[in-house]
Ligand binder design. Structure first.
Ligand SMILES: *[C@@H]1O[C@H](CO)[C@@H](O)[C@H](O)[C@H]1NC(C)=O
Ligand SMILES: *[C@@H]1O[C@H](CO)[C@@H](O)[C@H](O)[C@H]1NC(C)=O
Ligand SMILES: *[C@@H]1O[C@H](CO)[C@@H](O)[C@H](O)[C@H]1NC(C)=O
Length: 371
């Protein structure tokens, strides 16, 4: 009896030792995230910014959480999959009251832009901005939170050196707002260097405080999004990629942003050789689903949304997902597009796997350990 109990205790202790080893020794001890609706785990909803936000209703959240959480998808986001792999809790939104953020915090906010709201107001785009919580406002939140995480410069530096910083995805909305209000490709292209500069500056803030591990994602293939496909519909077949049916000009635009981002990240790596700056190639990770959706289990194809209110791509600006007149499919995992802008949990799961194992991140998120 006694021996059995002792064996049990030894076994239990061994298990917890193993758990500690695998969860905190090898991987990051916390995650901090900045970004927009691709990463927001509840801030926009908690802020009450929009009086009747569609994301506060099912079908948002239908697959995994079974209730709306403020995530713009049917379930988990890329950041959730990354956190779970590290053995960390799903990233808590910064605006969630009364909880500890020692294992990380999410400052991402749906609708957020990389550039300041003034930039858009000056261009006549002010009225369609969802929020003023741009990247710089999120960095201010980070500064506000810091005293509750660590004290001295040395202590903070030590703490942040074991954290993973997700700097984006951000910048997509800077372009969405402009394109959705009909700004020309030439004009929107002129925003790209400014957007990249803002992203790089926001990566430098945590680096200067001791951050070592940063993931900076690129833009998705927006030419495959049902919103772009609908708003920029044209009978001109030459506008579409004949392999995947996506709008060529918008995918080229995303690649233009991504290549400029990669160049700037290379400069940043030279400036901070101690930092491990990872480029997350979301475009490269997502484009195979557009080329051969069936191969990845997306039997309904890549362009049609699961949740929408009719139309060629099931994206209807007057009946968007979560609004009256729209409905969701029964099987989101057989779709790539969730609501026309955002992707399904199934896709986010695939993308996060490819970032974690290094297929589409350079270097890979898991490609190191602290020992
Ligand atoms: C953003 O700030 C401006 C100026 O302070 C204000 O007029 C506007 O209502 C704000 N917009 C949002 C969405 O909070
Ligand atoms: C889009 O939604 C509106 C409002 O519900 C509806 O009247 C219209 O028929 C829909 N369009 C299509 C193409 O389904
Ligand atoms: C990495 O993950 C992706 C996505 O799940 C997968 O296609 C790929 O085969 C994986 N590669 C390795 C080396 O594990």
């Amino acid at each position: 009896m006694k021996l059995q109990r002792l064996t049990l205790i030894i076994f239990l202790c061994f298990s917890c030792f193993q758990m500690t080893m695998s969860k905190s020794q090898y991987y990051y001890t916390s995650i901090f995230s900045f970004g927009d609706s691709l990463a927001d785990t509840g801030n926009m909803l908690l802020s009450g910014a929009l009086p009747f936000p569609s994301i506060s209703n099912l079908p948002y959240g239908m697959t995994y959480f079974h209730h709306p959480t403020g995530r713009c998808s049917d379930g988990r986001l890329i950041a959730d999959f990354i956190a779970a792999t590290m053995g960390l809790p799903f990233l808590p939104p910064y605006l969630e009251n009364g909880r500890s953020f020692k294992q990380g915090a999410n400052f991402a906010f749906s609708g957020a832009t990389a550039l300041e709201p003034e930039f858009f107001r000056n261009k006549g785009l002010g009225p369609i901005l969802w929020t003023n919580i741009s990247l710089s406002a999120q960095l201010k939140w980070f500064e506000e939170l810091k005293p509750s995480l660590c004290g001295s410069i040395k202590e903070c530096s030590e703490y942040f050196s074991k954290s993973l910083f997700l700097v984006g995805e951000i910048g997509g909305n800077d372009y969405n707002y402009a394109f959705f209000l009909g700004k020309s490709m030439t004009e929107v292209k002129s925003y790209v260097p400014k957007v990249i500069k803002a992203i790089i500056a926001s990566a430098e803030t945590p680096i200067n405080q001791g951050a070592v591990h940063l993931v900076v994602p690129g833009n998705l293939p927006i030419g495959c999004s049902a919103a772009y496909l609908t708003l920029y519909y044209t009978p001109n077949k030459a506008a579409y990629n004949n392999r995947n049916g996506c709008l060529k000009s918008f995918n080229s635009f995303a690649k233009y942003h991504n290549s400029m981002l990669q160049q700037s990240l290379e400069t940043l790596r030279h400036k901070y050789p101690q930092a491990r700056i990872m480029y997350a190639d979301s475009y490269g990770a997502a484009i195979p689903f557009a080329h051969s959706p069936q191969h990845y289990g997306f039997s309904k194809g890549a362009l049609l949304t699961c949740c929408g209110g009719g139309g060629l791509y099931n994206f209807n600006i007057s009946a968007r997902c979560g609004h009256p007149g729209s409905s969701a499919c029964d099987d989101p995992s057989s779709y790539v597009n969730w609501d026309g802008i955002h992707l399904t949990e199934a896709v986010y799961g695939h993308i996060s796997a490819a970032l974690l194992n290094g297929t589409h991140s350079e270097p890979s998120i898991l490609g190191f350990n602290f020992n």
